[in-house]
Design a protein around this ligand. Structure first.
Ligand SMILES: *Cc1c(COP(=O)(O)O)cnc(C)c1O
Length: 396
């Protein structure tokens, strides 16, 4: 409700975030909100920089752009031909936007090295080995760690990754698009321990925190870097002889010219419910995920995709119809199991009762991935989901 009201007001004002003079209140709200978010990341006094961008994918690309600029500022004028071959590292479960950013920035997807990963995140010893073995002439410039992977909801070991980044002097980015919200929870924020050592962090309040789309922030620890990386000083917007402090003209930090006001929804919701309100919301989602996990982990007809409690609200499982339960674990069973989740989901959509996503991952055939980000959901909703899966899948 509050988010919706804020969205309404934002659209009514229909202003633009490029200069202070055109959106003074929103520029100041963005300033204080980003500072508050940086405080929660753990940077002293909320120091640093940042921007609201059109989503986590773009925030991640900003991080890559700034990391490259930090190491080779000449790239801004001279382009990629003037600098050595760069490589970035991320986990094999990281979000596809890391590769997409590398493609867009002319770094190339082949230059993104994927490190082995499981339900507890990236294997940091593999990262270390890879860096040791890196050929001469290849310059590692970025590690993009993930706090809350998209499928498993796993948190990379940020402290170990920070140590490695320090040793090799590499920019550490944390993609917390999905998991960043846990910073609001005293009970769960330990999962991001080490995030305070990152050089940049992506955090999407439009995911776990329920802020209406779009609302994604990129936070950067070093102040001024975004500005020098992206500024073009267009003289019809960013005149240098204005009568106010030009640091409030935040628009030149962005890749965009016109920029939507994304901050107001978050700011107003934060004012309305406080950090403890967001915390309750997030704890509730994690509690619901745990309820689902406990309900199915030993239930007949279910197999968990990985052992142990999920770190986030992603509960990944197979439903095994009765006809497959006594089958040996062989090729035929795999190829039949692969078809189960898509059929159940199709039936869910045809009946119009519920929906849950599925996907394969690595050598694992199609499994359900129930992700809970709606704190208004109840135990009954979870019970219904299970009943529905069994009702629609028992004859398969
Ligand atoms: C969703 C997600 C993104 C992309 O965020 P958008 O706002 O959809 O662009 C990036 N990284 C992770 C880990 C995500 O879960």
């Amino acid at each position: 409700m509050v988010g919706l009201a804020a969205d309404w007001l934002t659209s009514t004002a229909n202003t633009n975030m490029f200069t202070y003079e055109i959106a003074p209140v929103f520029v100041l709200l963005e300033y204080v909100t980003l500072r508050k978010m940086r405080e929660m990341v753990g940077w002293p006094g909320g120091c640093g920089d940042g921007i609201f961008s059109p989503g986590g994918a773009i925030s991640n690309m900003y991080a890559m752009l700034i990391a490259r600029f930090k190491m080779f500022p000449e790239v801004k004028e001279k382009g990629m031909a003037a600098i050595p071959r760069l490589v970035a590292f991320t986990s094999e479960h990281s979000h596809f936007s890391v590769k997409k950013g590398a493609a867009a920035l002319g770094i190339g997807t082949d230059s993104v090295i994927l490190i082995r990963c499981d339900e507890r995140g990236l294997q940091h010893s593999d990262l270390n080995t890879c860096l040791c073995a890196l050929l001469q002439g290849f310059v590692p410039f970025l590690v993009s760690a993930t706090a809350g992977t998209t499928v498993y909801g796993a948190f990379d070991p940020l402290i170990a990754i920070a140590d490695i980044c320090k040793k090799y002097k590499i920019w550490m980015h944390v993609d917390g698009a999905w998991g960043g919200g846990l910073l609001m929870s005293r009970k769960h924020k330990w999962k991001l321990n080490g995030v305070e050592r990152a050089n940049s962090v992506t955090w999407n309040p439009h995911k776990m925190m329920g802020v209406p789309l779009q609302c994604s922030a990129l936070l950067v620890r070093e102040e001024g870097l975004m500005q020098s990386c992206n500024q073009m000083h267009a003289s019809y917007l960013f005149q240098q002889d204005k009568h106010y402090d030009l640091s409030y003209d935040t628009g030149d930090k962005a890749l965009q010219c016109g920029r939507h006001v994304d901050v107001f929804k978050l700011w107003l919701m934060w004012r309305a419910k406080g950090t403890t309100g967001f915390e309750a919301q997030i704890d509730k989602c994690l509690e619901l995920a745990e309820y689902l996990y406990n309900k199915i982990k030993n239930r007949e007809g279910y197999e968990m995709v990985f052992d142990g409690k999920p770190q986030h609200t992603n509960v990944c499982f197979w439903y095994i119809p009765p006809s497959l339960r006594s089958m040996e674990d062989n090729e035929e069973r795999m190829s039949r199991l692969m078809k189960v989740a898509p059929v159940i989901k199709a039936r869910m959509m045809e009946y119009g009762t519920t929906m849950v996503s599925y996907q394969p991952l690595g050598d694992k055939v199609n499994f359900f991935r129930m992700v809970i980000s709606n704190p208004a959901a109840t135990h009954q909703d979870i019970d219904f989901l299970i009943d529905e899966i069994e009702r629609l899948g028992q004859d398969l």
